[in-house]
Design a protein around this ligand. Sequence first.
Ligand code: CO
Ligand code: ZN
Length: 330
Amino acid sequence: MEALLEKLTKTFGPAGSEETIRAVILEETRPFADDVITDSLGNLVISRGKMDQETVLVAAHMDEIGIMVTYIEERGFLRFTNVGGVRVETLLGSRFVFRNGTTGVIGLEKQKEKKDPGFSAYYLDIGTRDGDEARQHVQIGDTACYEPSFGLQGRRVMAKSLDNRAGCAVLIATLKVLPRSLPLGVHFAFTVQEELGLRGATPLAYRLNPAYGLAVDVTRVGDTPEPEYKMSVSLGQGPAVKVKDSSVICHPTVVEKLKSTAEKQGIPYQIEVLERGGTDAGAIHLSREGVPSGVLSIPCRYIHSPGEMVDLDDMENAVLLLQSLLQEPW
Ligand code: CO
Ligand code: ZN
């Protein structure tokens, strides 16, 4: 699991630029697929079992947040916009890397007063002397993600893009241990552009027309110093069964299925209500005539920062739970 997470989090893949991460995931999953689809938007689907019966769509987004170059200054500094929910307070001093390996560090305009500088006060410095030199490395419209750095301390992993390479790792690890014969056909989908508003999952759910939907994604926790924020999910206490977030009320059938499977197998789990945030289940459950959907969440600290943190026990228990769930009749 550590090696897989390291490989996935070190890979480039801002929303809309998922080619590299898709190739890495395809290489990992192809040997375990009965069928492979890459659709027109770039979603990757690895299918298992019979597709002429009811199917379940298990989705993890493979994109990550990032920045996109909007303007190159004469002195070589790059102005940028956000791709997904990049937080202003994570910017200063952060390093970002482009697909071609060009790396830069974020600077902040000298502030006359110490008020909250908005996004537009920051720039990316790629170490070039002027705009002409900068343009040899980077074009307007190029995207960059946080520079990878992978840390392991005990059972805790620290890395960029654990949102949602942690979810991708759970799908991949499950795929590798799942038996050939399953009660339902299963589509393991690695979706694009979730961070921009569930854009990949929307047409994909329409195409696959599943009987059930399940997103696997990270969720916030309430066990860090946050005096005014109370949330009943902690790192290391098991994967979380979501009841609600801003994008979905999870269907009782799927919530119960997850809970009863965990209880039957003796897998620790937590119940989650996330007040702000959404996942691909938000798109899947509104597809066509409606698809009963739920979410299996990986507790994660510091979401949308260069140093997100998950617990390997939660990851491994999520794999156990997903693997057991997909072997249950629905
Ligand atoms: Co996210
Ligand atoms: Zn996510």
